[in-house]
Design a protein around this ligand. Structure first.
Ligand code: GDP
Ligand code: IMO
Ligand code: MG
Length: 427
């Protein structure tokens, strides 16, 4: 079986976790490679439901190994909460969760700093999840971060935390007139967290290298989505990591030749949570209907998601920058009751019709969708388990999406649970 990257092809929350859980049937190892506890990944299977923030979405399958890779920004408190939650629901993670010793650690300064920066930004706030993601990645790139392995070594941890405290406390005082955070209790607390997490912390890069050599099958689980990528998204209304498929390689420490397929998860419509331009957004009763039927409320923050029609330029961009080999189209069932469904095929920009999603924010903000209207199917798809079970108009809609994106369909999802899935051509 191939090694697969599963990534979001829109603005996040496409249903990546559902697809990863489904594909885990065929895999041995599942790796998160970027992002942090800003991710909210929902898995519904075997009568249970979990929202994962850090633990890879394959964990509900017994005997599969789940890795938190070096490219993740790791919040130890959140990880312990998730491990306890799983154990409480009868899912053991012992010897199954591995945490990269060279992943960076989210510290209290990052979480507080994230919120202070957002509060001060006022109207130009990004609308972050408040999980400390941006500040943690900036300390990483600024080369004064704390890494997971440091939590196991007081000699190493103490000066690192003191350095961050000096830097960030000064920022808090001068920029925000905010209270400093005393580093001493933080050092004690994070050493204790390190003790609790010690059994899971290891050299995941070597583990993956040996596993790939032994022909184990790996799924690389993306977080966020392509248009939230720090390079390719609607900068600055993006997250602070590369969310695209190429990031799987450096965020887990495997060479790009290890990757055989790139599965782009797309909703059958579009959503976005947080601020920034969104050309097909529907601020009307149709948007409200998509939100209510689709349950479009953030898995991490509970915020209502902004909703709109399917946007082909967005998914074309994802196809290009990720090298998509397959689409996994989710939430088809949410469209079951619509009489007509619109699809944005191109944008109108400065008097011209353009097929591409622009790189420049000001241009994205000017894009007006050019819509095509397709007939709805007005019947339930949730019990469909094969292409031929689907109503003809649903088939037409899916074929049109695939044609507009220029990528074949690998999986169709017609409900949140593992079995509400149609596997197409995954070759
Ligand atoms: P992720 O962040 O990409 O993993 O997606 P989220 O878990 O944040 O959001 C997707 C939501 O849609 C979750 O509540 C899923 O349980 C749900 N979901 C996933 N696939 C389907 C589907 O095909 N149909 C429906 N109705 N819900 C789905
Ligand atoms: P999953 O993995 C949807 C958005 C935030 C904000 C921007 C920056 O569940 O798809 P951050 O906290 O990362 O600095 O916020 O990115 N965002 C997401 N939107 N799904 C996510 O994750 C997201 N993670 C971050 O709303 O607009
Ligand atoms: Mg999510």
């Amino acid at each position: 079986m191939p090694n697969r990257v599963v990534i979001g092809s829109q603005w996040g929350d496409e249903g990546k976790a559902k697809i990863v859980d489904f594909l885990t049937l065929y895999a041995d190892i599942i790796v998160r490679f970027q992002g942090g506890a800003n991710a909210g990944h929902t898995v519904k299977a075997e009568g249970k439901e979990f929202i994962f923030h850090l633990i890879p979405s394959g964990i509900m399958h017994p005997n599969k190994i789940c890795i938190i890779g070096n490219g993740v920004v790791f919040d130890p408190k959140q990880a312990i909460l998730e491990i306890k939650d799983l154990a409480g629901k009868g899912i053991s993670v012992d010897n199954r969760v591995l945490i990269a010793e060279n992943a960076h650690v989210v510290l209290p300064w990052h979480i507080v700093g994230d919120k202070l920066k957002e509060a001060r930004a006022g109207k130009s706030a990004i609308g972050t999840t408040g999980r400390g993601i941006g500040p943690c990645y900036s300390d990483k790139v600024n080369r004064h971060g704390v890494r997971v392995g440091d939590l196991l070594d007081e000699q190493q941890l103490r000066p690192c935390i003191k350095a961050i405290a000096a830097f960030r406390n000064e920022e808090f005082k001068k920029m925000y007139d905010a209270e400093p955070i005393d580093p001493e209790p933080v050092i004690e607390e994070y050493l204790e967290l390190g003790k609790q997490l010690k059994p899971y912390i290891c050299d995941t890069v070597s583990y993956l290298f040996d596993s790939l050599k032994a022909k184990k099958q790996v799924i690389f689980e993306g977080a966020q989505g392509t248009i939230l990528d720090v390079d390719h998204g609607t900068y600055p209304f993006v997250t602070s990591s590369n969310t695209v498929a190429g990031s799987a390689s450096c965020g887990s420490g495997v060479g790009p030749t290890a990757i055989d397929q790139v599965i782009g998860v797309v909703k059958a419509y579009t959503t976005r949570v947080g601020n920034g331009p969104f050309p097909t957004e529907l601020q009307n009763e149709i948007g409200d209907k998509l939100r209510e039927i689709g349950g479009e409320y953030g898995a991490t923050t509970g915020r209502p998601r902004r909703c709109g029609w399917f946007d082909a330029p967005v998914v074309r961009k994802a196809a290009a920058v990720n090298g998509l080999t397959h689409l996994a189209i989710t939430k088809l069932d949410v469209l079951d009751t619509f009489k007509e469904i619109k699809v944005c095929i191109n944008y109108k920009l400065e008097g011209k019709e353009v097929p591409r999603f622009p790189n420049r924010l000001a241009q994205v903000a000017l894009c007006e969708p050019v819509y095509e209207t397709l007939p709805g199917w007005e019947s339930s798809t949730s019990k469909c388990r094969s292409w031929s079970d689907l109503p003809q108009n649903a088939q037409k809609y899916l074929n049109r999406i695939s044609e507009l994106a220029g990528v074949k369909i690998g999986i169709i999802s017609v409900g949140a649970t593992r079995d509400e899935s149609i596997e197409m051509d995954m070759e």
